[in-house]
Design a protein around this ligand. Structure first.
Ligand SMILES: Nc1ncnc2c1ncn2[C@@H]1O[C@H](COP(=O)(O)OP(=O)(O)OP(=O)(O)O)[C@@H](O)[C@H]1O
Length: 298
């Protein structure tokens, strides 16, 4: 398929030889290019593993992944990856780090963007003297300066103060709009992602549970409230009873009986939390996220 930033088919990764730990299993999905995608899931779900596979830092133990129409290794110059621990050279100064970024990316380096993002940092400060949030800012300056087609960001906002978070989220979104950059951003802060991301991947227990346009995923669900009653024929994600009142998150399979139920649209956060509380709910991929054909070897 064309126009995909990431395509995975049966993708899996098991760490270790003796004490094997399966981090991802049988993940098939497609992320169209140009999206800002939230990658969400509980601790240990497999988000970092998925990002590392897409960045070409890990090789799958099963299945395949393609990035920007080629192998992750083949796309390396077109990808920027910011890992959770933001590895930077401790001895270099901020100015040296930006200079090194320019030398390593001579064809596409965007010094204006990189310097604008790094601006609040003292140029002569050594990386080892920066705070966690300041290092994140420098790592994002390097990533954006590279002018990548795909940015893979592992919890990029977790140690930034609210003002810096707001500013850098704005920069990321402007970048996506102006240059069509695809951004995949893992985070635990669901409210922050709700306004910023137009695409969603929910990973849980090493599997993809939800994938697709956030709006389409939300509108595929309904919150029903009423007297305890029959929820058939709808697919039930979660149902809870308080006294005689039943509240259920369902995927409607046909018209909902509005004489029996109050019907509202769930927020993205309500929807995600319900899926996390109910791991047996069936997965849902919208048509654009559905990778039906096996991609060629990674
Ligand atoms: N290097 C490793 N060796 C062995 N197991 C690992 C390694 N890295 C991750 N794992 C395991 O793989 C699983 C997925 O980890 P991963 O870091 O991908 O999760 P995550 O969704 O990014 O979690 P978090 O939200 O806590 O960052 C976990 O069970 C973890 O313990």
């Amino acid at each position: 398929m064309t126009g995909a930033a990431i395509e995975a088919y049966g993708l899996g990764l098991t760490y270790g030889r003796r004490r094997r730990r399966t981090a991802l299993r049988d993940c098939s999905f497609r992320l169209p290019a140009g999206r800002i995608c939230a990658l969400v899931g509980p601790n240990g779900a497999g988000k970092s593993t998925l990002l590392s596979l897409a960045a070409g830092l890990l090789r799958p133990t099963e299945g395949t992944v393609r990035v920007l129409g080629t192998t992750p290794a083949g796309a390396r110059t077109r990808i920027a990856y910011v890992s959770q621990d933001k590895p930077l050279y401790q001895q270099l100064t901020v100015a040296d780090t930006l200079w090194a970024g320019a030398q390593l990316n001579p064809a596409a380096w965007d010094s204006d963007t990189a310097e604008r993002i790094a601006d609040p940092l003292p140029p002569e400060a050594r990386v080892k003297s920066l705070s966690g949030g300041q290092r994140t800012r420098l790592a994002l300056a390097l990533a954006l300066g590279k002018r990548p087609e795909l940015m893979l960001l592992d919890e990029p906002m977790s140690d930034l103060d609210p003002l810096a978070r707001h500013q850098l989220m704005g920069v990321l979104m402007a970048e996506a709009v102006e240059h069509g950059t695809t951004i995949v951003m893992s985070s635990h802060i669901l409210t922050e992602l709700e306004g910023a991301c137009d695409y969603l991947l929910l990973v849980d227990g090493g599997r993809i549970r939800l994938g697709g346009e956030s709006d389409d995923i939300v509108s595929a669900h309904a919150l029903l409230t009423g007297q305890a009653g029959d929820l058939a024929p709808h697919t039930v994600v979660e149902s809870r009873t308080t006294g005689r009142q039943l509240t259920a998150l369902v995927r409607p399979e046909g018209p909902v009986d509005r004489t029996a139920w109050d019907v509202t649209e769930p927020s993205l956060e309500e929807l995600l939390l319900a899926h996390l509380r109910c791991p047996d709910a069936p997965p849902l991929l919208t048509p654009s996220a559905d990778a039906r054909e096996e991609v060629t070897a990674a």
